[in-house]
Design a protein around this ligand. Structure first.
Ligand code: P61
Length: 459
């Protein structure tokens, strides 16, 4: 056997956090008490928490050590300088505005770039991105390739932008109505799917043709780079560092949540190459976040993020990470459980329309499955379907999204494959009795972002 075949996690565990096991009866009572909304459940009542990969990473010994060196100065913090230098070295951007998390970077970017009535294309806008654009009275338009909606297609780059849709939008609305083009890497709302370097390059060409700036929502940039290395011809021999450098070189800046690929628990930034835009952004930053050398972060947060940004480029780490998500996905596929294929970078997404074909979208099948999975084994997942989509502001009716999904987001460096095995076993058992699962209805529905605070009842 070749030495290279002895593969396992490229780290070992030094500190642990005990997990509590609860009984089915306990979980049943708890669910009733909280109106069947998993956002209301305390994390100590959760055995395996797959609600999100955001801010839930386990930090390394180097990150914890770096935190001790945090410089908490209000102005000119050396921790900010370290973060700034890493971002410049890894991504190549000229200016960095530090923020408390990703959505704060979105807030600043759209404040300085969007006018009322503008259109902002993106492969698929994440909900916070869309909400911030709408807040500035802009229109968030998804221009992802159609293959993104075919959950069984093995197309390797379902995060690609459809170049015709993009051009048609610019031509149709007029260049003056398009302040920027965005691309989310990897594409979270479409299943953690990557965009190819070829597609990124072509978007850059269109941006040049129409003189429109091009920004990444770069939360999972390293996972995107890993997929390019594994799936795109010509990139097999390149390092992740080289691929990231090339990817970012085609853009004019990015919004970034450090809670994902920077392996930290909080933090973010807005990166820009244009000095005038930076100056405008800096002005808003001091109003909403804090001074330009800490934004919304403490010095130690910036240290953790700077180290995380270097660690995430390690291909051994990325392989461990992506293979764990793949392990869970493959276990489900072997049992013929319908999931989005190919398996995404940070999460496995169950195709609920195929898992529970008898429950109509108005009876919230994704929520029903999320509740069932918690009941079965104390596993928390998140619905990305009708509940999340909300209501049409004009008709007041439930929006029926094309993709009705249950997301199993895997925190980085936190769970073992034995945990993934439990998740797979639980879902396989549920799949066997899927005909018995009932839908849900709202008993309390808040007017905004209803998924967080809603209460439900089984039908
Ligand atoms: C997540 F239920 N994502 O996936 P912030 N862009 C992208 C993200 O994935 C993202 C942000 C911007 C989360 C956390 C989350 O309703 C929800 O640092 C592609 O969270 O501000 C965050 O970054 C925003 C979960 C956010 C939610 C909003 O789980």
């Amino acid at each position: 056997m070749n030495n290279d075949n002895y593969r396992a996690e490229y780290y070992k565990i030094k500190m642990i956090e005990p997990l509590k096991k609860t009984t089915r009866e306990y979980r049943e009572n708890l669910l009733k008490k909280v109106g069947y909304n998993l956002f209301y459940i305390d994390s100590e009542d959760v055995f395996i928490d797959l609600l999100t990969d955001s801010g839930t990473s386990a930090m390394s010994n180097s990150q914890w050590a770096a935190m001790m060196a945090g410089d908490e100065a209000y102005a000119g913090s050396s921790s900010f300088r370290r973060l700034e230098n890493v971002v410049k070295k890894v991504m190549g951007y000229k200016y960095i505005l530090p923020t408390h998390q990703g959505r704060a970077a979105e807030n600043i970017l759209f404040l300085i770039m969007i006018n009322e009535g503008d259109y902002i294309p993106n492969n698929m806008h994440f909900d916070t991105t869309k909400a911030h654009i709408t807040h500035k009275k802009g229109n968030a338009i998804d221009v992802v390739c159609d293959k993104a909606f075919n959950t069984t297609s093995e197309y390797p780059f379902k995060g690609n932008i459809d170049l015709d849709k993009l051009k048609n939008l610019i031509e149709g609305k007029g260049r003056d109505k398009i302040p920027l083009i965005m691309m989310t890497i990897t594409c979270n709302s479409g299943g953690g799917q990557p965009a190819s370097m070829e597609n990124i390059k072509k978007v850059r060409e269109i941006a040049n043709e129409y003189h429109v700036p091009f920004f990444f929502d770069a939360c999972r940039f390293a996972e995107n780079a890993y997929f390019i290395k594994k799936r795109e011809t010509g990139y097999e021999g390149k390092s992740i560092k080289e691929i990231v450098w090339e990817m970012m070189s085609y853009s004019d800046g990015c919004t970034f949540s450090g809670k994902k690929d920077a392996l930290s628990n909080i933090g973010g930034f807005l990166a820009l190459n244009d000095e005038k835009l930076y100056m405008k952004g800096a002005n808003w930053l001091v109003l909403f976040e804090g001074f330009i050398t800490y934004g919304g972060m403490s010095g130690r947060d910036m240290e953790a993020m700077a180290k995380g940004l270097e660690e995430v480029l390690d291909e051994n780490y990325l392989e461990t990470r992506i293979k764990q998500v793949e392990y869970l996905g493959k276990r489900l596929l072997e049992a013929e459980i319908p999931i989005i294929q190919p398996i995404g970078g940070h999460a496995v997404y169950i195709d609920v329309k195929r898992f529970l074909p008898n429950i109509p979208q108005d009876e919230l099948p994704g929520q029903a499955l999320a509740v069932e999975l918690y009941l079965e084994a104390g596993i928390r997942s998140v619905e990305i379907g009708t509940v999340l989509a909300g209501r049409d502001p004009i008709t007041g009716k439930n929006i029926h999204p094309k993709l009705e999904l249950l997301r199993l987001a895997i925190p980085r460096r936190v769970y073992t494959n034995a945990h993934m095995g439990v998740v797979a076993d639980a879902l396989i058992n549920i799949y066997k009795r899927r005909e018995k699962i009932r839908g849900f209805k709202f008993v309390y529905e808040p007017p905004r972002l209803r998924h967080f605070l809603a209460k439900f009842q089984p039908i």
